[in-house]
Write a protein that binds this ligand. Structure first.
Ligand code: ADP
Length: 319
């Protein structure tokens, strides 16, 4: 293998830049040429491809977003789109590809692998919803952004003796809600993986109220539904003053945490080493602090699982 490519795709996440940097630098360290593909699969189809040098990734390890830009590309879901993508790769003499993105991007990579093009995936999403890795690149940063918001909302919640509903991202996964709720000391955490009854939420709020609690915080994962709806149901059932904060896109931006930078660096370098060693169709991840890799199809076939013990713990500690 002489020349590889790298692209970022789907929803961006903090740490993608650190991963791109690691891919580029490790490739050059290993005497490979490396090409950046801009705007995800869309740039792959149109040939928006440029050679990367050591300096191309200078001064980006600490920056959110992705210098390669990201995109969603419907055309790449078609055979014709994939054929055009492979043609571009061949035209540029690229022999292996690193795709950094979420599960949609993994599906694109799976199709590339099926058409015979060696592809390795890295988990770049704040949602932490990729099976086969304990953490995805960007999850830790998003969590810290949410914690910062919860701490601030807690201050005003105390002053006004109100119930706050904080809606966080995560698509169909509850990881951001669960981890941030536990770390932020939320009274109640609602995640799509666990059913809940409004009656339980109300009883919990009332118990807290009766023993003199000044405020309550409920963290709702977007996969559960709208925080605004939950708030009106809580208000109706309890009569308590409720307020809603939908944190939204601030969770996707910002300088990556040290954890995400280190994770991205380790995974990025590993992806390059795997291409050199002839691997293809693999998804790189981290499990129990060890770098691991699984078949992309295997990862895509598995359902995302939440840490049930942690969910139980969050309930015990917010009794
Ligand atoms: P994420 O990677 O963050 O999950 P998306 O689900 O939007 O984001 O997927 C990103 C891109 O991956 C899509 O816009 C599309 O180009 C590509 N993709 C998604 N699903 C498929 C598929 N089944 N086949 C080929 N490409 C796909």
């Amino acid at each position: 293998m002489k020349r590889i490519g790298v692209l970022t795709s789907g929803g961006d996440s903090p740490g993608m830049n650190a991963a791109v940097r690691a891919v580029v630098r490790e490739a050059i360290y290993q005497n490979l040429e490396v090409y950046g593909i801009f705007h995800g699969y869309s740039g792959l189809i149109s040939g928006n491809i440029e050679k990367m040098e050591l300096g191309s990734v200078g001064d980006i390890i600490h920056r959110g977003g992705t210098i390669l830009y990201s995109a969603r590309c419907e055309e790449f879901k078609t055979e014709e789109g994939q054929r055009k993508g492979v043609e571009q790769l061949k035209k540029f003499g690229i022999e292996g590809l690193v795709v950094i993105g979420g599960d949609g991007s993994y599906r694109g990579a799976q199709m590339l692998t099926k058409s015979g093009f060696p592809t390795i995936c890295l988990p770049g999403t704040i949602d932490n919803d990729i099976p086969g890795t304990d953490y995805t690149i960007g999850f830790d940063t998003a969590l810290n952004t949410v914690i910062d918001a919860i701490d601030k909302i807690r201050d005003t919640a105390t002053s006004h003796e109100r119930t706050y509903i904080i809606e966080v991202m995560g698509r169909n996964a509850g990881d951001i809600a669960l981890w941030s709720g536990l770390a932020g000391g939320a009274e109640t955490i609602l995640i799509p993986e666990q059913e809940f009854m409004m009656e339980d939420i109300v009883n919990r709020l009332k118990r807290g109220h009766d023993r003199g609690k000044k405020h309550s915080i409920i963290v709702v994962a977007e996969g559960v539904g709208s925080g605004v709806d939950i708030a009106s149901q809580v208000k109706e059932a309890t009569g308590y003053e409720t307020r809603v904060s939908v944190l939204g896109y601030i969770q996707r931006g910002g300088s990556p945490t040290a954890f995400d930078r280190v994770l991205a660096s380790r995974l990025g370098a590993k992806a390059v080493q795997m291409l050199i060693n002839g691997s293809e169709g693999r998804a790189v991840g981290i499990q129990r602090n060890r770098l691991v890799d699984h078949d992309i199809s295997e990862v895509l076939a598995k359902p995302h699982e939440i840490d049930i013990d942690m969910y139980q713990l969050s309930k015990e500690l917010s009794i």
